[in-house]
Unconditional design. Structure first.
Lengths: 303, 264, 272
């Protein structure tokens, strides 16, 4: 059974080690950024950015530029476009988001088609949409690591005004939070996070890593710091399991045909989500029977 | 090619009408997610070897109901996002096991102008008529509950039933549209043209009519462009839907500036 | 010698969507005063509060805090909205939420100090919310949430606290509790309070001044000065009577062919 999961050569394989490291970095960023994405009700915008990243990634491939640049650059441009079109009311904002999404996906259709005309190799659609974590060379790692650190530090620096704005815009405004500035800054970080995970698991399924682990974590913790850590852990777990299974799937299906990492990552994320919901439900049922807890000891947190 | 025009027209008519309500109800994200269910269904049907239309319809309905039931326990946008990726991954996984992987993925995701064969036209028309009938019968209560659901409930409208039936219509429309326009672009037709119509007029009836007109224009332009340039129809649908929306926004700004100057 | 007031509103006009909603607004608030902003729904109380918070522009006039023009979100002014809807998955405990009252608008990597949490715990004690300090903010009842919002606003030591209709959905008993709490805040922490309400009777025992809003205009002063038929009739542009029964006040529109009443301080109060 263990042999079946840990197929030969798994850990000695350099590609796999790179993939695991890359996957971990990307998952942590997605987990941290994703917590705020969910709290701000911006799952749609986050998803729209993944589609814009698709356009960026395919455009970059067409122009033979770095995929990381394409994914992240496309996302940032998309964030700007959404802000430019953007309107105040939530429903109108969703329309604006949807319009940008549609245009970006249309562009992706064009770019991907042109790529197939240009090159004779198939598979670029595959790698852009569903990820190429095994083919991303170790040379990308430094860029990914740097960008990951920048995004994480960025989120840490604005975390309190960001949280205030996510809890109550009215209170935040009264307290002097520059909502628009913080909002734009966050969108840029979101675009970068999406771009990063697109490198690992493809643009189309990045949403799973951005939304799934955070949504799961938020169900069961009551402190922001815990939520962020748990979301990262769940994300890394999902990605690592995904890498392992994807590697294995080449052996399971034989003849060098396997399933992309992103498929397994999505499956893992969904399993986690269901599991967490079950745990949460049982905990809710149990809490009714327990007596009221006494005050907790004083703690210092970094929220 | 005639098939493309016929099915495209039917799709645009439906998408424009359905889209009017989608924009009104603020369900843009759900309208984006449900076609992905259709995608998974088509891929699954392909795998198992049954009629794709069956897969399209069943999975689209499944996605629609899945989202609405999950939305009760989690934030609705989270539920929609997770359902969306699940369907997409599932569909892609189904396709991955078949040999014609890449062309199939492209066709189902981004549209295939020749995506409907003659034998399928009849069921498409039937389903489209069912949806159109449904919308016509539901028109007033649907409009009412979309604008002011508490008032509608108070007036005795069965809002939950209406919500469910509307989801069915969205799912069926998506199922019809996906083979031609693609899972990722179906919702463009349901968002861009209706949103443009809403900007241009404030009467509900006229907005609905304009939604259909704009959607038709967009799709015809997209089919024609795709036919002449050999570029994917999805590209034209996505960009033209966005263009019509932006044109409407620009028109509104020019118009309001003109009327402000007139008053001054 | 005239000291500089804490807050001064001078000749303010406010317009919303091109329509003038408030005209010639003039009033002052002094340190440690309890002021009631009274007016029926739609009279413009919330708009005026937003002006005082720097969130709403004025068409004419000035708002001065300590003699200086008001800037957006002045730290001397705290705000308690009527209600905040917290999503159920927001991972923030009451203590953390109140702590955000101190550092919610600060950027940077620094961790919170022990001292911050000491201040928070003190504040929670003073509003009698210590018992649920570790609960998620989404799990609070309306009354609990109100205390927490007050603590959140007070913890940064403002000199003026603005409250938007804090008594609106409360039964008379709970309303009295909050009024007593706010009164003790004024006396013990020497914070001035301006709270809006559409009924002034519950506030009569503690109010130092009244700012009465009606018909787009404002009259301010002590209760005795303002709640007079002449003053209010001038305000409404329309005859009103003021009845006093057992220390309670009822403002009633006078005899008018149209027969509609403009103001309702609810009759039920008078019956007690």
């Amino acid at each position: 059974m263990v042999r079946w999961i840990l197929e030969p050569g798994l850990f000695s394989n350099g590609t796999v080690r790179t993939a695991l490291l890359l996957g971990a970095l990307v998952s942590v960023v997605s987990g941290v950024v994703g917590i705020f994405t969910v709290l701000r009700g911006q799952s749609f915008a986050g998803h729209a950015l993944t589609d814009v990243a698709t356009a960026g990634g395919s455009g970059a491939a067409l122009a033979s530029l770095s995929p990381l640049l394409g994914f992240v650059g496309g996302g940032v441009i998309g964030a700007g476009a959404m802000d430019a079109i953007g309107v105040q009311r939530v429903k109108d904002r969703d329309v604006a988001t949807g319009v940008v999404l549609g245009a970006a996906t249309g562009l992706s259709a064009l770019f991907l088609y042109l790529i197939t005309l240009q090159t004779s190799t198939t598979g670029s659609t595959q790698s852009i949409l569903f990820g190429s974590i095994f083919t991303v060379g170790p040379s990308t790692l430094p860029d990914v690591a740097l960008l990951s650190v920048v995004v994480l530090v960025g989120v840490m620096v604005i975390r309190r005004p960001l949280l205030m704005g996510s809890i109550s815009r009215e209170l935040a405004a009264a307290r002097g939070v520059r909502l628009r500035m913080v909002g734009i800054a966050f969108m840029v970080m979101l675009a970068a996070a999406v771009g990063l995970s697109a490198i690992a698991i493809g643009s189309i399924l990045s949403t799973a890593l951005l939304i799934g682990p955070p949504a799961s974590a938020l169900k069961v913790v009551s402190r922001l710091s815990h939520a962020v850590v748990l979301a990262s852990v769940l994300g890394v777990m999902a990605t690592w399991l995904g890498i392992v299974f994807a590697y294995d799937s080449y052996y399971w299906f034989g003849s060098g045909r396997g399933l992309p990492v992103s498929f397994f990552v999505v499956a893992d994320v969904l399993v986690e989500f269901v599991a967490v919901n079950l745990v949460a439900r049982r905990r809710r049922l149990r809490v009714v029977e327990e007596p009221a807890t006494t005050a907790m000891p004083e703690q210092v947190g970094w929220i | 090619m005639t098939n493309a025009w016929i099915s495209g027209t039917i799709i645009a008519l439906l998408a424009g009408a359905v889209g009017f309500f989608v924009v009104l109800r603020g369900s843009a994200f759900a309208a984006h997610a449900i076609p992905n269910g259709a995608f998974a269904g088509a891929a699954g049907a392909n795998l198992v070897g049954i009629n794709p239309l069956f897969g399209l319809v069943v999975f689209a309905l499944g996605a629609a109901f899945g989202i609405s039931s999950m939305s009760r326990r989690t934030r609705s946008d989270v539920a929609t996002a997770l359902a969306l990726v699940m369907m997409l991954a599932l569909g892609a996984a189904f396709l991955a096991t078949s040999s014609a992987y890449e062309p199939a993925v492209n066709a189902l995701l981004f549209g295939e102008i020749l995506g409907v064969s003659s034998s399928e036209i009849l069921p498409v028309v039937v389903l489209a008529v069912v949806c159109a009938l449904g919308l016509t019968l539901l028109y007033r209560p649907l409009l009412f509950s979309s604008i002011a659901s508490e008032l509608a409930v108070a007036k005795g409208v069965n809002v939950r039933l209406i919500d469910t039936l509307f989801l069915v219509v969205v799912a069926l429309s998506s199922a019809l549209a996906v083979p031609v326009v693609g899972a990722l672009l179906t919702f463009s037709l349901m968002i861009g043209p209706p949103a443009a119509a809403r900007i241009v007029t404030s009467s509900a009836h006229r907005a609905l009519a304009l939604s259909v007109v704009f959607s038709l224009l967009t799709l015809w332009a997209a089919v024609a462009s795709s036919y002449w340039t050999d570029l994917p129809i999805g590209f034209f649908v996505g960009t033209m839907s966005a263009a019509i929306y932006l044109a409407a926004r620009a028109w509104m700004r020019l118009d309001s500036r003109r009327s402000r100057r007139a008053l001054a | 010698m005239v000291g500089i007031d804490l807050l001064e509103v001078v000749d303010v006009d406010v317009a919303l969507s091109g329509r003038m909603v408030l005209r010639d607004v003039n009033f002052r608030i002094d340190h440690g005063e309890f002021t009631g902003l009274i007016g029926s729904n739609g009279a413009g109380k919330t708009t005026l509060l937003r002006v005082l918070l720097g969130l709403q522009d004025v068409v004419r006039g000035r708002v001065l805090v300590h003699g200086e023009p008001m800037t957006r979100s002045n730290s001397s002014v705290g705000y308690v909205p009527q209600k905040v809807l917290f999503e159920s998955d927001v991972p923030v405990r009451v203590r953390d939420f109140v702590a955000l009252g101190i550092d919610g608008n600060r950027y940077g990597l620094a961790r919170r100090s022990r001292h911050t949490y000491e201040l928070v715990d003190e504040m929670l004690e003073s509003v009698e919310a210590a018992a649920f300090a570790n609960r998620r903010i989404s799990s609070l009842s309306g009354g609990e949430q109100q205390r927490v919002l007050i603590a959140h606003a007070l913890v940064s030591k403002p000199e003026l606290l603005l409250l938007d209709e804090p008594l609106a959905n409360l039964d008379p008993g709970s309303a009295q509790e909050i009024i007593q709490l706010l009164h003790s805040v004024v006396t013990n922490q020497h914070v001035a309070i301006l709270l809006s309400a559409h009924e002034m009777n519950p506030l009569l025992p503690v109010m130092d001044r009244v700012v009465y809003v009606a018909n787009g205009r404002v009259a301010s002063g002590t209760t005795e000065e303002v709640v007079q038929p002449e003053v209010l009739s001038a305000l409404y542009g329309h005859h009103v009577d003021v009845l006093r029964v057992h220390g309670r006040v009822l403002v009633v529109a006078g005899g008018d062919e149209r027969g509609d009443s403009l103001v309702a301080d609810h009759p039920a109060v008078v019956l007690e």
